[in-house]
Design a protein around this ligand. Structure first.
Ligand SMILES: [Zn+2]
Length: 183
């Protein structure tokens, strides 16, 4: 089954809509900690005592900096749990959005140019970056890629592994896609 450009655009719109309705989200994880206070006469000094707690902490590491904040049990903990869970949802949605966009780009045809002069002009402008002479003023997003057997790309027939994000139907569809391209 082939998805049409229209289907994909609809899916994309849907994903944006879901993203918009996510609400507040925040990076980080919530950890549960137990701690021994160190007083020898305290109950927590016993070996079988887990320590004082549970104490809930919100932790995040951004740009090498780690932050953490104590979360009192109750509404604050509940709020933080929702926020970090929504961040996971945000990541899933943006991953899916990138995949859908990728397929849209594959299906979207380039524009047709009727005017021969315009076409010539366009070809000339791209001349500096044609693969034949290779040298020229490449925009920063142009990179030369050394192909190796391990650098599997979409459509090369290699399975993407280690990706636990996609759901089962997503995986099935990808397998179908690869099979289609092999035919
Ligand atoms: Zn103690």
């Amino acid at each position: 089954m082939n998805e049409s450009l229209q289907d994909l655009e609809l899916r994309r719109k849907n994903l944006f809509r879901q993203m918009e309705s996510l609400g507040d989200f925040r990076r980080g994880t919530i950890s549960v900690n137990y701690r021994k206070c160190g007083k020898s006469n305290c109950a927590c000094a016993r070996k079988d005592h887990p320590g004082h707690g549970p104490q809930y902490l919100w932790n995040v590491s951004v740009g090498g900096k780690t932050q953490s904040r104590n979360l009192p049990v109750g509404p604050e903990l509940e709020k933080a749990e929702r926020e970090v869970e929504r961040y996971r949802a945000f990541l899933r949605l943006s991953q899916e959005l990138a995949e859908v966009n990728d397929r849209i780009c594959q299906l979207r045809p380039a524009r047709t140019i009727e005017d021969e002069h315009e076409l010539e002009q366009l070809k000339k402008n791209c001349g500096g970056i044609s693969p034949r002479n290779g040298r020229g003023n490449r925009p920063p997003h142009w990179t030369r890629v050394a192909r190796s057997p391990t650098s599997g790309t979409l459509g090369s027939g290699s399975q993407r592994n280690g990706d636990s994000r996609g759901d089962a139907s997503d995986r099935r569809r990808l397998v179908g896609e690869v099979a289609q391209q092999r035919r």
